[in-house]
Design a protein around this ligand. Structure first.
Ligand code: LMR
Length: 328
C-alpha cells in the first residue's frame, strides 16, 4: 500500500508539474534552447503559449520547455517525428540534414537589417521555403527573427586578421565553418548549451551570436569584448510535424495557425528593440563593445563574403538574388 501511495503521489506531482492540461485537450509541447524571458524566441514562445492557453482552452494546451531542458536542437527534430514534442524553433543554420536551401540565410552580410529579413521572409520566395522539408515530414509555420550576429573572442577583434588562428564555436552549419575558415580561423561545431563552458575553459577562443544570446547566456563574462560586425542573421524556423498538424480537426487547426501567424508578426516586430536592450545590458555589465569604422567593416565583408560562391549551387542563384533584392 505504501508503495502504491508513493507511486500515485509521484504521478500526481508529475502531472501537476507538467502544467494544467486537462483531459481531452490536445497537448502541444514546444521545446527550445534559449532563455525563457528577455529573449526574442523565449518571449515569442511564451506569447504563443499564453494565447493558445487562453483562446483554445478546453481544446488545446501548450507547454513550453526553454533552456535545452527537454531537447537539444540536434535531437528535437527527431522528437517532432516521434510525437514527443509538437513545436520547435531551431535556428535556420541547423537544418542541413534536411535541406541545403536554408544555407541562404547563413550567407555572411546577406541582409543589411531586420527589415530586409522581414521583407524576404514574408514574400513569395521566403514563404515557399517553409515547405522545403515536407519530404521529411516537417512543415515550417513561420520565421522568427532573432537579430544579426556579432563576434567575440578572448582578445580584441578589429581587423579580420585578428581572428587568425583562433578557434570559434559555430552552429552546425557548413556555411559558418567556411566563413570562419575564410578568416584564417578554426571552427568547432558545438551545441548551444555547451558554449559558455567551452569559452570559459578555453576549448574555444570565441563565438558569434546575437546580442540577446550573448547577454542571456552571459558569454560576455568570459570574453574580452564584443565586436559589432552584424555579419550574419540569426533567425528560427517555427517547425512542426506535418502529420501532427494534419491530425487536428479543421477548426482547431485554423484557430491554431491564425494564432501562430499573429504571434509571429508581433514577435518579429519586437525583435530590434529587444536586441538593442540586450546590447545595452552588456555595456552596463561592464563589457566592451567595439564598433567598426567603415573601412574596418569593409575588410570583414571582403574577407567573408567570397564564401557565397561555394554555396551558390546548393541554394540557387535566383534565390540569393531575391534575398539581396530585399535590402532595397
Ligand atoms: C545557437 O546555437 O547559437 C543558436 O541557434 C541558439 C538559439 O536558438 O538562438
Amino acid at each position: 500500500l505504501a508503495a502504491a501511495t508513493a507511486a500515485s503521489l509521484a504521478f500526481a506531482g508529475a502531472a501537476h508539474a507538467a502544467d494544467d492540461c486537462s483531459d481531452g485537450e490536445i497537448v502541444i509541447k514546444f521545446s527550445h534552447v534559449v532563455a525563457a524571458t528577455g529573449h526574442p524566441k523565449g518571449d515569442a514562445a511564451t506569447m504563443l503559449a499564453e494565447r493558445v492557453n487562453s483562446e483554445m482552452d478546453g481544446k488545446a494546451c501548450m507547454q513550453v520547455f526553454p533552456n535545452s531542458q527537454l531537447f537539444d536542437d540536434d535531437k528535437v527534430m527527431e522528437a517532432l517525428l516521434l510525437g514527443d514534442v509538437q513545436l520547435a524553433a531551431p535556428s535556420l543554420s541547423k537544418f542541413e540534414a534536411y535541406t541545403l536551401k536554408f544555407r541562404l540565410f547563413d550567407l555572411p552580410f546577406l541582409f543589411q537589417d531586420l527589415n530586409a529579413v522581414e521583407r524576404f521572409t514574408t514574400g513569395t520566395d521566403g514563404k515557399d521555403l517553409l515547405g522545403s522539408m515536407t519530404d521529411y515530414g516537417f512543415l515550417g509555420l513561420g520565421y522568427w527573427s532573432s537579430g544579426l550576429k556579432q563576434f567575440s573572442a578572448n582578445k580584441p577583434l578589429i581587423q579580420p586578421a585578428d581572428a587568425n588562428g583562433l578557434k570559434f564555436r559555430v552552429q552546425t552549419s557548413d556555411v559558418a565553418v567556411a566563413m570562419i575558415e575564410a578568416l584564417g580561423a578554426n571552427a568547432q561545431k558545438l551545441a548551444f548549451k555547451e558554449v559558455y563552458g567551452a569559452l570559459q575553459t578555453g576549448v574555444v577562443d570565441g563565438q558569434e551570436n546575437s546580442w540577446s544570446n550573448i547577454y542571456t547566456q552571459k558569454f560576455f563574462e568570459v570574453q574580452d569584448g564584443i565586436t559589432e560586425t552584424n555579419h550574419q542573421l540569426l533567425a528560427y524556423l517555427l517547425v512542426t510535424s506535418d502529420e501532427w498538424l494534419n491530425s487536428l480537426d479543421d477548426d482547431v487547426k485554423t484557430q491554431f495557425l491564425t494564432i501562430v501567424e499573429e504571434v509571429t508578426a508581433k514577435a518579429n516586430a519586437a525583435v530590434a528593440e529587444k536586441e538593442a536592450a540586450n546590447r545595452q545590458r552588456i555595456l552596463e555589465a561592464g563589457s566592451t563593445i567595439r564598433e567598426l569604422s567603415a573601412e574596418d567593416r569593409k575588410a570583414w565583408v571582403d574577407t567573408m563574403k567570397p564564401v557565397w560562391t561555394k554555396f551558390e549551387s546548393d541554394i540557387g542563384a535566383d534565390l540569393i538574388e531575391s534575398a539581396v533584392a530585399s535590402n532595397t
